[in-house]
Design a protein around this ligand. Structure first.
Ligand SMILES: O=c1[nH]cnc2c1ncn2[C@@H]1O[C@H](COP(=O)(O)OP(=O)(O)O)[C@@H](O)[C@H]1O
Ligand SMILES: [Ca+2]
Length: 512
């Protein structure tokens, strides 16, 4: 005991040194933990925004997208923040009043100004893409379509956002961007990065085909199994390091509103009677139609006709789904196919492959007919049975049962449902065996299925062809590991020091 006391007295710095080291050690731990906590504190939301206007044949919708500023190249980060439906018809209806087209967009543009933070306005891209309706107007009245485009351009470019153009997109682009949207939202464009991704990626990643039905045109887009025979239907993408050979085709005039005009024109066969009995409308349904509304479209312009004096006729429904299907089938020409396989009208289509997402009017119609919400996929037989039952329902009963549904839509659901069935079965060759590969969808997550998101991702270069290089560990993981390893090292150091210190003491004791 005396020896020990002697030693401490001999070495007065020993205690102070221990206290200093212990203090530094504790301070070090506090500093490390504080750094980790501060570094990993969630950052304040730093979003960027983009606006796309979908100028369809029947209406225009404005979509606002949002994404975290620091992550814009990652897959699946862009989300739909808001959609504003423009009041009134599609912009192609404004050929006689072009200024009205631009004016009609103003309310939705004002809404976008309120939703997107002001400091982001200048850098937010805004673009408008017009589809089938404007494609038809351009065929029929090129000058009118230019005026309409200039008018909407004027409204968009006078907004505080960064105007990126108002143009008519091709049917091929419409199909391609719809396919990109659904696969982006499904997370099918997997990124190959990170230290755990040591295996080579498979050549083809499973993707979802896209079926889009509009009022004026319809698109089918999917990755087929073999080669794509026709160059004009073939698209090649390299996205996030994966390669895709995509088949797409857009049928102008085969959107459901134009298809109805063609079907009616086929029945009229150039002679307009006072009344036309039609199996595609419910029994008791009567509508006074103008002959001009049918024959003024470029989709029916080829047909010559003689009309009665009033230029109008009465459309009278009989509600017979089977006969309706026979009538609708007539608008699909199946007699010639210059390629190894075709859909209709001599258009090349490879064998159907994989699963399909059917959106836009496909969804609206099938959802109304209760053919989307089942736990299990609805079979083709059930679809036909449902149509038989729905079409034969008297118009009066329908009106009483669906007071909140727009009469225009309600009156056309028998035709629309039958058209969808015929387009998919007779046109695209879906069969009872692969009918269950189709899902009728409106949204994926919070974002609408449609071409607009894909269009914006492309316009803003947000889908890189190669997977972006990212550090093997996420930031939080990196900080945590740093803290753990530092603590371990310190622990070792202290243990070592204590042992070393003890040995020295012991030896000192022995010596003393
Ligand atoms: O609630 C609905 N029920 C039935 N059909 C709808 C509903 N909402 C929109 N539609 C239809 O969806 C179609 C949308 O077509 P769009 O205006 O996008 O034309 P486009 O893509 O050919 O240019 C139109 O035929 C429109 O009538
Ligand atoms: Ca559309």
């Amino acid at each position: 005991m005396d020896t020990k006391r002697d030693m401490k007295q001999k070495n007065p710095w020993h205690r102070q040194l221990t206290v200093v080291i212990a203090f530094l050690f504790v301070w070090g731990i506090i500093a490390l933990v504080t750094t980790a906590v501060v570094q990993n504190k969630p950052l304040p939301k730093n979003s960027k925004y983009g606006i796309v206007l979908d100028a369809g044949s029947s209406h225009t919708s404005l979509y606002i997208y949002e994404w975290p500023a620091e992550k814009q190249n990652d897959t699946g980060v862009v989300q739909q923040l808001h959609v504003c439906h423009v009041k009134g018809p599609g912009i192609s209806s404004y050929a006689m009043d072009p200024e009205g087209a631009g004016r009609s967009l103003q309310d939705c543009m004002d809404e976008a100004k309120r939703i997107i933070p002001e400091r982001r306005h200048e850098e937010t891209p805004v673009s408008l893409g017009a589809t089938g309706g404007m494609r038809l107007l351009k065929l029929q009245n090129p000058e009118g379509s230019e005026k309409v485009l200039s008018s909407v351009e004027k409204t968009l470019s006078s907004s505080p956002f960064e105007f990126q153009g108002a143009r008519i997109i091709t049917g091929q682009d419409e199909g391609a961007y719809g396919w990109i949207t659904v696969n982006y939202l499904m997370g099918n464009f997997k990124q190959g990065s990170g230290w755990l991704n040591l295996w080579p990626k498979p050549e083809t990643t499973e993707t979802l085909g896209a079926l889009d039905l509009g009022g004026a045109s319809t698109q089918i887009t999917f990755v087929p199994e073999g080669e794509i025979e026709s160059l004009e239907s073939s698209l090649y993408f390299q996205l996030y390091g994966n390669k895709y050979n995509v088949y797409t085709h857009s049928f102008l005039c085969y959107g459901k509103d134009q298809a109805l005009k063609i079907t009616l024109a086929k029945q009229l066969q150039g002679h307009v009677p006072d009344s036309l009995v039609d199996p595609c409308f419910n029994p008791g349904f009567i509508k006074n139609m103008s002959v001009h509304s049918i024959y003024s479209s470029p989709c029916t312009a080829g047909e010559s006709y003689t009309t009665n004096t009033q230029g109008r006729f009465l459309l009278k429904g009989t509600g017979n789904a089977q006969q309706c299907r026979e009538n609708v089938k007539q608008i699909f020409n199946l007699t010639h196919c210059p390629s190894s396989s075709c859909s209709f009208n001599g258009v090349y289509q490879p064998q159907l492959q994989g699963n399909f997402g059917a959106f836009s009017a496909y969804y609206f119609v099938m959802a109304f007919l209760n053919l989307t919400t089942s736990e299990r996929p609805v079979t083709l037989v059930e679809v036909k049975e449902k149509l038989r039952e729905f079409c034969s329902t008297p118009w009066q009963t329908l009106k009483e049962n669906f007071t909140n549904v727009k009469e225009k839509y309600l009156g056309e659901y028998c035709f629309s449902g039958t058209y969808i069935l015929t387009l998919l079965e007779t046109g695209y060759k879906f069969s009872p065996e692969n009918w269950n590969t189709i899902r009728f969808i409106k949204k994926i997550g919070d974002s609408d299925a449609g071409w607009t998101l894909g269009y914006m991702l492309n316009l803003t270069n947000m889908i890189p062809s190669e997977a972006p290089c990212s550090p093997p560990l996420p930031h939080a993981g990196y900080i945590s590991l740093m803290v753990i390893f530092s603590l371990l090292l310190m622990g070792l150091l202290v243990t070592g020091w204590l042992c070393f210190g003890k040995t020295t003491c012991t030896s000192q004791k022995e010596v003393v």
